[in-house]
Design a protein around this ligand. Structure first.
Ligand SMILES: C[S@@+](CC[C@H](N)C(=O)[O-])C[C@H]1O[C@@H](n2cnc3c(N)ncnc32)[C@H](O)[C@@H]1O
Length: 240
């Protein structure tokens, strides 16, 4: 059974996830940095740095949300980054941010579903996704689509929460993500479900080697898994 945000509603995971991110879009950036004590910024930087050698020119940021991972990717000096997402609310916040920062010529945000990407085969030099794959309704289909639109020789970088496995971080993180994080998230975002869905979806996500197995199944080669901050997050890389 898929983990969904609104268990008392009947919609599929994709429509519920879009609805949830529409609801919290205005508070998303603040909560992201606050609840991770800013560590997400370090994780994003580390993930993007893995693309330095590739010097990608045309990049795709899947599940781009408000565009923070795309902004981080500008450090690679690409010609253009296209960000796609299924939440119009998140995209609206992102577009406003790009306009304020004068980045609309470099980063283009558009509606797009990871499981049916609106691009031709072999289009992008590199693909990034931060905290997105856990939300896909069909993980394998989303990863297969990323593989399809990536150019041969290109690299895809996935940043996602994972489950710490060793004592005491496993216990501490479990307590924080199941008790404190939902309480603050609910108070700030006013969405009852979003920050309960977060730890539940992390727990249900096939992280580590299980993720690499799916990554390889859809075609990615030379796959690697980097564990970050005691395993709270992970970076997965793969080449086409
Ligand atoms: C936790 S946010 C991450 C946003 C951004 N990448 C970041 O690092 O802050 C997850 C995003 O995934 C998007 N998403 C979920 N399923 C998607 C899909 N099938 N296709 C595109 N975007 C999707 C959501 O709408 C949401 O904006």
């Amino acid at each position: 059974m898929a983990v969904v945000p609104y268990k008392d509603q009947s919609g599929d995971k994709k429509s519920q996830v879009a609805q949830m991110f529409n609801n919290i879009a205005g508070k998303y950036d603040f909560l992201n940095h606050f609840l991770s004590a800013g560590i997400d910024i370090i994780w994003r930087r580390k993930a993007i740095s893995l693309l330095k050698a590739a010097q990608p020119k045309l990049m795709l940021d899947v599940a781009t949300g408000t565009g923070d991972f795309a902004i981080e990717a500008l450090s690679l000096q690409p010609d253009k980054i296209i960000g796609v997402d299924i939440s119009e609310g998140m995209l609206a916040v992102g577009r406003e941010k790009m306009a304020k920062k004068g980045l609309t010529h470099k980063i283009e945000l558009q509606y797009g579903d990871s499981e049916n990407l609106p691009f031709g085969d072999n289009t992008f030099d590199a693909i990034t996704v931060a905290f997105g794959v856990r939300n896909f309704e069909n993980l394998e289909k989303g990863l297969a689509e990323m593989y399809r639109v990536l150019k041969p020789g290109g690299t895809a970088v996935v940043l996602e929460f994972s489950n710490p496995r060793s004592f005491p971080m496993k216990q501490l993180y479990h307590f924080y993500s199941s008790n404190i994080l939902p309480m603050i998230g609910k108070f700030v975002s006013k969405d009852n479900a979003a920050y309960t869905y977060l730890p539940e979806s992390v727990q249900a996500f096939p992280d580590g080697q299980a993720f690499l197995n799916i990554y390889e199944k859809v075609g990615f080669k030379s796959t690697k898994w980097h564990s970050l901050t005691f395993g709270i997050s992970s970076i997965y890389t793969g080449r086409k």
